[in-house]
Design a protein around this ligand. Structure first.
Ligand SMILES: Nc1ncnc2c1ncn2[C@@H]1O[C@H](COP(=O)(O)OP(=O)(O)OP(=O)(O)O)[C@@H](O)[C@H]1O
Length: 582
């Protein structure tokens, strides 16, 4: 039953409410099953001319009482179940979101946002619907069927007539066994195709500007159309089988009714069955057709939602690839040096080494520059320092402790990482800068903005720091986004700061100012500057040159310029570029 974990967990916490709802619905349906008997008695009395006006009123009131009792009790039960269904949706979305937070870089590099959204939206909704509809309808239907059958057996209707009439209904379990697995597997492929389509839509929307600039709308539209077609095909396959399934059940119900009318009618004509019993029998059978149809629908929905539930549970059982050690320690990393020893690393599911036998010591309070061609492993080194991927044991230590023995919170909260493309949230500039500490004072936010050379731009916006960004707000330029994200890193004032090509989109003059400010505000703190432009890191205490995952040169700017090698070559090319630009 492992696959039903999230559902079982939820129901375990809510079973008294479910029981209460089932009790209400059971009582309602038992009362409802008296209805054919009352009509049967009415018919008998009518035939014997034994009905007075007051009798008719009594019958009317009795039927009204039955209808009211059923309405109130079954309605209450349904309300409780629907409400619990919505709470399940809330509970499961929360669980999924929390779980997404524990999953790492590797998972996200393989699963697009669209696919993740389809879990949270399509799958959770499918399970919620099945849960609410399943409990409501299966309780109503099964109780109604059981009580109807009991009422039939307790009546004077001959047993052989009942047995022959309900015979076609006995084929139902067989149909369920045959159709169930087919419906389930087709639903699973629908959900998977939906996930892929959502992922493709998300990517297309994300890249819509590029699409337009390249005028390739038609190609993109065809690409999306192919995904939508796939969903359509799979849905049609599912609809075919589930419609057939749902049609077969009422058909069997109608067959039962025909048998009851023909055989029962024959017996009534020959005086072997009273008119009242004939009427009651046909009503009993008629009353069973709807619940039977509903049971078919419920089984159908259950099979479909089972596929979604399996997907949710499978996702929830995926463990984040980065696990905290049991004895993990929280350490203060201020004035802690970084020691990297023989670090060799390949990405999971990837053969080539992104880093090879890398050794490096970064003394506390110093600035280290890392430069290298694209793809040389600079960002990989940062990901390992932040433990987005696990480095080999003993390869990276901060403050003398292997980073695998530090708590993730103490490691990551003491490193301010500023990536090249820092994501900004659709909230105010202030909230984006004070992302790490929401309660930062306004003057701290302003100070960080000044250090990142973005203050001048922000105060020109009408709402200044309260300006909203993103979908419902303004759009910042690439350079403004970078500097806002830099301010977010600077305000953290962390013992270790990593700037990963964080000023690549700003002009040379602004870059120079930022470099100078960072050098002064990070006096005595460790800073790692990764850059393509030598101008961004030439002030560093030590510069490391990476090439194909290996350190090929190290030294100060002056020392490296004196050596023949990649650094001097890069410098010469960049200087020439600058001269050409002047
Ligand atoms: N998630 C990943 N899975 C597999 N390989 C990866 C992954 N991320 C990066 N790589 C590979 O690792 C190598 C180093 O990449 P990395 O991003 O560290 O380079 P970089 O020096 O930061 O490049 P750039 O200057 O372009 O940012 C590259 O060959 C890259 O293709």
């Amino acid at each position: 039953m492992k696959s039903q974990r999230v559902l079982v967990e939820y129901i375990q916490g809510k079973w008294p409410y479910y029981l209460l709802a089932i009790a209400f619905m059971t009582a309602g349906n038992i009362i409802q099953s008296f209805y054919p008997r009352i009509i049967g008695n009415f018919a008998d009395q009518l035939k014997q001319n034994g009905l007075s006006e007051s009798h008719i009123i009594d019958y009317g009131l009795l039927l009204l009482g039955v209808a009211l009792a059923f309405g109130v009790l079954a309605g209450l039960g349904q309300y409780i179940v629907m409400r619990l269904g919505r709470m399940f949706e809330f509970f499961t979305r929360g669980r999924l979101f929390d779980h997404f937070m524990t999953l790492g870089e590797h998972f996200y590099s393989r699963n697009g946002v669209g696919k993740l959204l389809s879990y949270v939206m399509n799958d959770v909704t499918a399970v919620r619907e099945a849960l609410a509809r399943g409990i409501n309808q299966s309780t109503n239907s099964s109780i109604l069927i059981v009580s109807t059958v009991s009422m039939m057996l307790l009546s004077d209707i001959p047993l052989y007539l009942i047995a022959v009439s309900v015979l076609p209904l006995l084929a139902i379990p067989w149909i369920v066994v045959v159709f169930g697995p087919v419906i389930r597997s087709r639903s699973l492929s629908v959900q998977e195709a939906l996930g892929k389509m959502t992922e493709s839509a998300e990517e297309q929307f994300g890249g819509i500007r590029v699409t337009k600039k390249f005028a390739v709308e038609r190609i993109m539209s065809e690409r999306f159309g192919a995904e939508a077609d796939r969903v359509h095909d799979k849905q049609l396959k599912l609809v075919r089988v589930s419609s057939l399934f749902q049609a077969l059940i009422p058909f069997l119900g109608t067959l039962s009714l025909i048998v009851a009318i023909v055989f029962g009618g024959y017996l009534t004509i020959h005086g072997r069955l009273s008119l009242g019993n004939f009427v009651a029998l046909t009503l009993y059978i008629r009353m069973m057709v709807n619940p039977l149809q509903q049971i078919g629908g419920v089984i159908n929905t259950m099979q479909r939602s089972r596929a979604s539930l399996d997907r949710i549970n499978e996702l929830l059982s995926k463990e984040g690839e980065i696990q905290e050690a049991e004895q993990a320690q929280a350490r203060d990393l201020s004035r802690a040096g970084i020691r990297i020893r023989h670090l060799t690393f390949s990405y999971p599911d990837s053969e080539p080494e992104a880093l090879h036998d890398l050794s490096l010591d970064i003394k506390p309070g110093t600035t280290v520059g890392i430069v290298g061609k694209t793809g040389s492993g600079k960002t990989t080194l940062v990901k390992l320092l932040l433990r987005m991927y696990d480095p080999p044991e003993g390869a990276i230590a901060i403050g003398g402790v292997d980073i695998r023995d530090l708590t993730l919170e103490s490691l990551r909260s003491q490193i301010a990482y500023v990536p090249q493309e820092g994501f900004l949230f659709s909230t105010t500039i202030r909230d984006n800068i004070a992302f790490y500490r929401r309660d930062s004072a306004m003057n701290q936010v302003e100070e960080a903005a000044k250090q990142a050379q973005i203050y001048g731009n922000i105060v020109e916006f009408p709402d200044r720091f309260e300006t909203k960004l993103g979908e419902r707000g303004i759009t910042l330029s690439g350079g403004q986004r970078q500097r806002t994200s830099l301010a977010r890193g600077l305000i953290k004032h962390a013992p270790i700061m990593i700037l990963d090509d964080s000023v690549s989109a700003v002009d040379a003059v602004t870059e120079q100012r930022i470099v100078e400010t960072i050098s002064s505000v990070r006096q005595g703190l460790t800073t790692i500057v990764i850059a393509h432009r030598i101008s961004a890191l030439k002030h560093a205490d030590e510069i490391v040159v990476l090439d194909e995952g290996r350190i090929v040169q190290r030294g100060t700017h002056a020392q490296l310029l004196d050596q023949p090698g990649l650094y001097a070559l890069l410098h010469a090319i960049q200087e020439e570029g600058n001269r050409d630009a002047e």
